[in-house]
Design a protein around this ligand. Structure first.
Ligand code: GRF
Length: 226
């Protein structure tokens, strides 16, 4: 089965591009129903259009509150039959209503090893702090900023001689590798959250979980569809 997703952006959309690339390669079982941006004219919208993907701009400045803006975004996502949401450089804190509209189906990518350095300019925060390793995290989204069960992380060395720009480039290259992988696991039903932690199920475990039938043998076999 192919998972119908939306990708929410506010800018360049290089992570969006990585998702498109993996889908077109046939290794990511998702279909991008719509790309939503809260900012008009950003490069990510062009990237989507080039690949024949629907785009929609929902400018936050035109709504009286975060809740009203999120309501408009949620309605858009529902109208496109979206079942999961990928935040990819979406520079908006999302409201509890939004989180509840897609329970355990909203993913975010953040350019640090969470829980370290949430918020804006994470790469700069890490370099300024003087860490030796930084990286990227894909996580489920909960009510807090850059917070929620961690799905996958990748680390890169960031020494004192490395500037913020180069650190950000190294991290971004890893983001493009781990985000499509996380979405593929979601699409395959392999991400099981228990007590706030993500367990990566094997394909066999997914089959067992998906089967609501009690174990047993039926003979002669049932017709298809029964
Ligand atoms: C990425 O660094 C991502 O981790 C962060 O915003 C940036 C978006 O980059 N949330 P892009 O728009 O995908 O190129």
């Amino acid at each position: 089965m192919t998972l119908p997703i939306a990708v929410l952006i506010s800018g360049s959309g290089s992570n969006l591009q990585a998702l498109i690339h993996r889908i077109e390669q046939g290794v990511l079982d998702a279909r991008i129903q719509v790309v939503v941006s809260n900012i008009p004219g950003v490069k990510g919208l062009e990237r989507a259009k080039k690949h024949g993907i629907h785009t929609c701009v929902v400018p936050h400045a035109e709504y009286p509150s975060r809740q009203a803006h999120d309501r408009a975004v949620i309605d858009t996502l529902h109208s496109f039959g979206v079942q999961a949401v990928c935040l990819a450089g979406y520079m908006r804190l999302i409201s509890p209503d939004f989180v509840q509209a897609f329970p355990d189906k909203i993913l975010n990518i953040h350019p640090s090893l969470l829980p370290g350095f949430p918020g804006l300019h994470a790469q700069k925060q890490a370099v300024d702090y003087g860490v030796c390793l930084s990286g990227a995290t894909v996580h489920f989204v909960d009510q807090e900023l850059d917070h929620g069960p961690v799905i996958i992380q990748a680390a890169v060395p960031v020494g004192p001689d490395l500037g913020e720009k180069e650190a950000a480039q190294r991290i971004l290259a890893l983001e493009h590798r781990i985000y499509p992988q996380a979405v593929q696991w979601l699409a395959k039903g392999r991400l099981h959250i228990e007590q706030g932690r993500v367990h990566l199920l094997s394909p066999q475990e997914v089959t067992v979980l998906a089967s609501s039938e009690p174990p047993g043998l039926i003979s002669p076999g049932l017709d298809p569809g029964f």
